[in-house]
Design a protein. Structure first.
Length: 257
């Protein structure tokens, strides 16, 4: 059987991000991520994790090198094409980013309407997505009435409104206690098991190592290590239990494209 020649889903090639002559966000980063992979980006504050993710959404435009998603060179995008790119990527910010005056279901509905979805689509898909992230029972609550873990679940749900093939999470457990951190990482793993490519920036190494996925270590804007999966004996059981659960109770994925 011939070897596959498919291009990586996400590709950074010798990428430099220079904020000024003295300050660099990334320094010659080369990285590939396959479709359906889950990758953790780890490193201290200022190591370049967030900058790397922002290159994928074009919040940051790289100075040199190339950044590609599904073979498309992001450096060549016209500004008017950037909003369409971002609709195809789910982004989970560290600060949740929820609208405080709107209820949980309204936060998702508002984002869907902003993307051009009809009221009928909102009524149909919002409950489906909230159930998928296990906060349907809190649909009428305001963000201030939610725990940190619940707010993060809503933020993940909002990132799923367009059923994106790529999900980017920037420090998704940064404001959470250890128990809620594990819950959020398990949710991201569930999404990955359903086929979503997931990239997570995190400095929470004990939580990251628990899941035995690929870890890319950054420091001062450079990749200093790229560690494969199966890092500890418990990781396989975590994945196997989730996979078995999904096999018994499959949930249909919304197709809003």
């Amino acid at each position: 059987m011939a070897a596959s020649t498919a291009a990586p889903y996400v590709e950074f090639e010798d990428v430099v991000v220079a904020y000024s002559d003295l300050v660099s966000g990334l320094r010659g980063v080369s990285l590939t991520v396959e479709k359906g992979e889950l990758v953790f980006l780890c490193g201290p504050t200022g190591s370049g994790k967030s900058t790397l993710l922002k290159c994928l959404t074009r919040e940051v435009l790289h100075t040199s090198g190339s950044v590609r998603i599904a073979g498309r060179d992001l450096g060549g995008l016209h500004r008017r094409e950037v909003p369409l790119l971002r609709r195809q990527i789910g982004v989970v910010p560290q600060d949740f980013g929820l609208l405080p005056s709107k209820r949980v279901w309204e936060n998702l509905g508002y984002a869907m309407r902003a993307c051009g979805r009809t009221k009928k689509e909102v009524r149909h898909w919002v409950p489906e997505i909230l159930e998928r992230v296990n906060v349907l029972h809190r649909a009428d609550a305001f963000p201030s009435e939610l725990s940190g873990g619940e707010q993060q679940r809503v933020a993940i749900g909002r990132a799923l409104i367009n059923n994106p093939p790529l999900l980017l999470a920037d420090e998704p457990t940064g404001n959470l206690d250890p128990d809620h951190s594990v819950e959020i990482m398990e949710l991201l793993l569930q999404l990955n098991l359903r086929g979503t490519t997931v990239m997570v920036a995190s400095h929470d190494m004990p939580i990251v190592e628990r899941f035995g996925k690929r870890i890319v270590h950054l420091d001062h804007g450079q990749i200093v290590a790229d560690t494969g999966a199966d890092l500890c004996e418990t990781n396989g059981s975590v994945r196997a239990e989730l996979a078995a659960e999904l096999a018994k109770e499959p949930q249909p994925e919304p197709d809003l494209a």
